[in-house]
Design a protein around this ligand. Structure first.
Ligand SMILES: O=C(O)CCC(=O)C(=O)O
Ligand SMILES: [Fe+2]
Length: 261
């Protein structure tokens, strides 16, 4: 694995880095299988709630939609030194989506965007990761990233500006792309007949609101089986009380723990 110094240098200069082929194909294949069922669940609700457009191929909050996705989070502890170094602190899962990028369809992910709504300049609040479940090749819609734009472009660049600088994340299935959430990016156009699938766990400082209340959604029944790492990552130590009884607790039982920053 790359040294922390080198990783930090990449993140500083380009704003992104690829860990090549670190996830086993056994886990990749289990995630691909779960992704298919997860998409049916997400798509059904997108349609019944009348938001068919812009969402085709997209999935959200996968931790509830397949064991393999939890297994990925467990695996991803390997990346902890890098993520901790990026945030200079502890962090939690902010969202956990996915994208099935296919020929002929496009979603919000295919438009030039960034996933942090408020530009945070040099303050690391949010970090994108993207796990490649298929090989990412130039013509199957591999992600484009505008290198350096986390430093240089607080506002949306023009298409021309974007495409003159953007680089594609080309790597094999099982690779993990990590990027500063201030970076402008988009999914590429898939012109092949095969899908280009990915999952996108994003992380934030624990004082930032998660996009989904993972700890409450998963509940407390299984929490004893979770490792320290999983409890931290899902946000079990950075919750918001909903009653005075939850608020008035001894230090070790507080909903928001003192080491969360
Ligand atoms: O699928 C991709 O290449 C990019 C996905 C993305 O940017 C997103 O989901 O926000
Ligand atoms: Fe994105």
């Amino acid at each position: 694995m790359i040294s922390l110094d080198e990783f930090n240098q990449h993140m500083q200069e380009k704003g992104w880095f690829i860990f090549h082929e670190i996830v086993s194909m056994e886990l990749v294949n289990r995630m691909l299988n779960d992704l298919q069922f997860a998409y049916q669940t997400c798509r059904k609700i997108q349609l019944s709630n009348n938001i068919p457009e812009n969402n085709e191929g997209t999935l959200h909050h996968l931790v509830e939609l397949g064991e393999s996705f939890i297994d990925y989070l467990v695996f991803s502890e390997q990346l902890n030194p890098y993520l901790q170094s990026y945030f200079c602190s502890k962090y939690i899962l902010n969202s956990f989506g996915g994208n099935i990028n296919k020929k002929g369809i496009s979603s919000y992910a295919s438009m030039i965007h960034r996933d942090i709504r408020s530009y945070s300049a040099h303050i690391p609040l949010l970090l994108n990761t993207l796990v490649m479940l298929d090989d990412f090749i130039p013509n199957n819609g591999a992600t484009y990233l505008m290198s350096g734009s986390h430093r240089t472009h607080p506002a949306l660049p023009s298409e021309q500006e974007f495409s003159s600088v953007a680089e594609q994340a080309i790597a094999k299935a099982g690779s993990v792309l990590v990027f500063n959430s201030n970076l402008w990016h988009c999914a590429g156009k898939n012109t092949t007949d095969l899908p280009r699938r990915s999952i996108t766990p994003m992380y934030c400082r624990p004082f930032i609101k998660q996009q989904y209340d993972y700890s409450r959604a998963l509940g407390y029944d299984k929490v004893e089986q979770y490792s320290d790492w999983l409890k931290q990552t899902l946000g079990y130590r950075a919750r918001v009380p909903t009653s005075l009884s939850e608020w008035y607790q001894p230090k070790e039982k507080r909903m928001y723990q003192s080491d969360q920053g």
